[in-house]
Write a protein that binds this ligand. Sequence first.
Ligand code: ATP
Ligand code: MG
Length: 385
Amino acid sequence: MERETVLADCAWGIDLEQAEAAERDRLARLTEELGAPVALLSGEEAAMSGPSLTSVGIRRLDLGERRELLKSALLRAGTPAGEEDHAAGVFDLTVDAAEAAASDAACGTPLWQACRERARPSFTGSVQVLRPRARWDDLVLPAGQLAQLHALVACVRYRARVLDDWDFAGRSPRDPGRVALFAGPSGTGKTLAAEVLAAELDLDLVRVDLSQVVSKWVGETERNLRRVFDAAEDSAAVLLFDEADALFGRRTEVRDSHDRYANLQTGYLLQRLETFRGLAVLTTNARSALDPAFTRRLHTVVTFPYPDLATREVLWREAFPPSTPVDGLDPAALAAEDLAGGGIAAVALSAAYLAAAAHGPVTREHLRTALQWELAKSGRSSFAG
Ligand SMILES: Nc1ncnc2c1ncn2[C@@H]1O[C@H](COP(=O)(O)OP(=O)(O)OP(=O)(O)O)[C@@H](O)[C@H]1O
Ligand SMILES: [Mg+2]
């Protein structure tokens, strides 16, 4: 770098996101010695300090600015503005991306889709980006829970109207998103519901693998989480922390240094969730295990009930896709077996494979066998035995 500086008489822009923690300190020292202007770029506030460093904070555009950006890009691209409100409420585009989305729209791509494509950032390996397809019809839940889920969709879709036009943002300077907890026993449709929300909103669903995000290195977990949250904000993805109890569990009393770091991570997460601008869904089987400091910060808690007899019958009726050949399915009799939706889906799939291997339709016999296998997983046996 020193050689380049002398030969090319250049200034430097260094992206700290690419640098490991140890390298950062070395870079900081180096930049002090270079004698050339250096800009250190970081997503972290106060990533570094030093006598010769001046920190310049660059904030994200607020909702109104995003609207203006998209509107003027659309006008320049020759597309009549008017549709940009919803998209600007959700997607946080860079200037270049807004220009590109506007010209895609001018060529006939629907604006929402254009913004979604242009906003997509590259997530790192600790997350799984899903393009969900599940629909409301796939979800069997009581009316109250469905109403809560519909309300969550509205919270994302109508942000611009409520926060900006109706000025709820004026009451709170933050630009808050929604944090929802889906709590209920295993196999009751929590993950499926998150997929339905993302599909309904026409957004990606980003599933965070907590085991990969949590690092044994101090500070690395925060950094990993920050990247995930930032990327989700950039792309307006719905964030799914499946089986969140692992990270959100009751904050431990500090017994050793490891506990202290676990608490720091939870603290960071709580704080970041508060400022997250998108929709974050956390799921848990053990609601009681959640930290009260954390549940206070949730906007919505949806409880997923274990299905009763009548609901199980509906689940059985819908367990096979219409193109699966089925011979003499008896949903009422099957509903007598004590299985949640996840178990029912698993039995239906195993029975379908048994039928395919026998080159015929799914029969009661296949279902009985598959049922016994499924129940045996939890040490039970079937009534139909
Ligand atoms: N309420 C439901 N309505 C329709 N299908 C359901 C429902 N619950 C479960 N299923 C079926 O079971 C499958 C598994 O459900 P899902 O993964 O959403 O359960 P979960 O609550 O997330 O369970 P876990 O806590 O074990 O992660 C779904 O893909 C779906 O086929
Ligand atoms: Mg799940």
